[in-house]
Design a protein around this ligand. Structure first.
Ligand code: URA
Length: 434
């Protein structure tokens, strides 16, 4: 079999067999297929798609490309949550300590930023000393003791996805249902949680911009999870504007902490509570979403979730002082505002462009080897439907480099559409697929 022929087959809209998909995944993982051939293949998939069988075969091939984590030594029903990627999406930092503080083991594997979206692993590095690469034994010990651990993808867990993810990030090959579904589900299948809650983002800041595509992605992933014997829920949530008001690693950590103190924005709180409620439902800890939400809200008012966050940070070698004093999180040196060019309402936000603004400031990766600047980012002042006056601040940018800031300002301004009609309010949560 030749990789050249398989690229050509997908370019001509052919369907690949399981053996052909196994050949590609094995070859790319062991290095016999080079990045340039894999890039061409991924682009052909983005342009011509894969059917359900190809997607399922790809998922299994990637899940089998390395070790599978055995979490049987963790007591209780283990829950995990994964987002398809958004802008300002810090729900993992909010909901994991809430759920863990109720005694439910959160065994979570997270990713780094991808394309214009941020990643939990990058955000957690805001805490000095925090390690996202625990051994399996440490991971299991922490979940048993603290009820919560979050790790990055270990070197040998779905290594095919790890390599492909990094390549997709820099080759504009992220936004494809089969590639996203197989990427997420291969990791979830290899990492062994009993309950999987998927946050499928929809809208201008999601990889799936239309509701129909988001629903198709949700159904695809739930089907794969269910066939593999995992209780899988997909919650479709809004991504037509950044979630909350902060975008950028340290800024998002700060907002997550404020939310756990009961001072967070309504959209972030509601999406976090909904996702966490399905984790509770799946774990058998609540009989209804309403009951679950009440239990979860109590973890905020009692400060139990906040204390759990600090315990979790310390448990993975980090300094948790910032949990109680967010001023300790490093801030960028240059702070400038972006002003509205005219009067009206915020009628549309190109949310992916807001994510790209953060990336341009240094908060995301432009190449596979880029080092992230944790202190840069954006504070959003005006969200969808807000009235604005000419000259009012739409957002504040935090930067460490004046040239990057100048480019970022123009990009952020281009992300906002100011019109005369106030748009209809969008729901925070659209649907749940089970
Ligand atoms: N998250 C992942 O893990 N993979 C994707 O492809 C998108 C979001």
């Amino acid at each position: 079999m030749q990789m050249y022929d398989l690229i050509d087959k997908k370019k001509k809209k052919g369907n690949l067999t399981r053996e052909e998909i196994d050949f590609i995944i094995k070859g790319y993982t062991d290095g016999t297929i080079p990045d340039y051939q894999m890039s061409a293949f991924l682009m052909a998939v983005c342009l011509n798609g894969m059917n359900q069988k190809e997607t399922a075969d790809l998922t299994i091939a990637m899940a089998n490309s390395g070790d599978r984590m055995d979490l049987s030594k963790i007591t209780g029903v283990k829950v995990d949550k994964h987002s398809t990627g958004g802008v300002g999406d810090k729900t993992s930092l909010v909901l994991s300590p809430m759920v863990a503080s109720l005694g439910i083991p959160v065994a979570k594997m997270s990713g780094r930023g991808l394309g214009h979206t941020g990643g939990t692993i990058d955000k957690l590095e805001s805490f000095p000393g925090f390690s996202t690469s625990l051994t399996t034994d440490q991971f299991i010990a922490n979940v048993n003791k603290i009820k919560m651990a979050i790790v990055g993808q270990t070197a040998n867990l779905a290594p095919a996805d790890k390599k492909i993810y990094a390549l997709r990030d820099v080759t504009a090959t992220v936004d494809n249902i089969s590639l996203i579904a197989s990427s997420i589900m291969s990791k979830k299948l290899a990492s062994g949680s009993d309950v999987i809650v998927l946050d499928v983002k929809t809208g201008s800041g999601a990889f799936m911009k239309s509701y129909e595509d988001s629903l198709a992605l949700a159904k695809e992933m739930v089907q794969i999870g269910t066939i593999a014997g995992r209780k899988t829920y997909a919650v479709i949530t809004d991504m037509n504007q950044p979630l909350g008001n902060m975008v950028g690693n340290n800024l998002e950590v700060m907002e997550a902490i404020h939310t756990l103190k009961g001072e967070g924005p309504a959209d972030l709180l509601e999406v976090s509570l909904t996702l966490a409620s399905y984790m509770l439902l799946g774990a058998g800890r609540a009989a209804s979403i309403e009951e679950a939400k009440e239990l979860l809200k109590e973890t905020i008012s009692s400060k139990k979730a906040l204390e759990k966050l600090a315990e979790f940070i310390e448990g993975q070698g980090g300094n948790s002082e910032a949990v109680y004093n967010t001023d300790l999180l490093e801030k960028a040196k240059i702070v400038e505002e972006v002003y509205a060019p005219g009067d009206g309402y915020v009628t549309y936000i190109h949310t992916d462009e807001v994510g790209m603004t953060s990336l341009l400031l240094g908060g995301g990766r432009e190449t596979k080897d880029s080092i992230i600047d944790l202190s840069v980012g954006i504070k959003i002042h005006k969200k969808l439907g807000d009235p604005v006056l000419k000259g009012e601040a739409l957002a504040t940018l935090y930067a460490n480099d004046q040239n990057k800031l100048n480019r970022a300002k123009a990009r952020l301004l281009g992300a906002y559409v100011i019109g005369k009609e106030q748009p209809e309010e969008k729901p925070y949560v659209y649907a749940v697929v089970t």
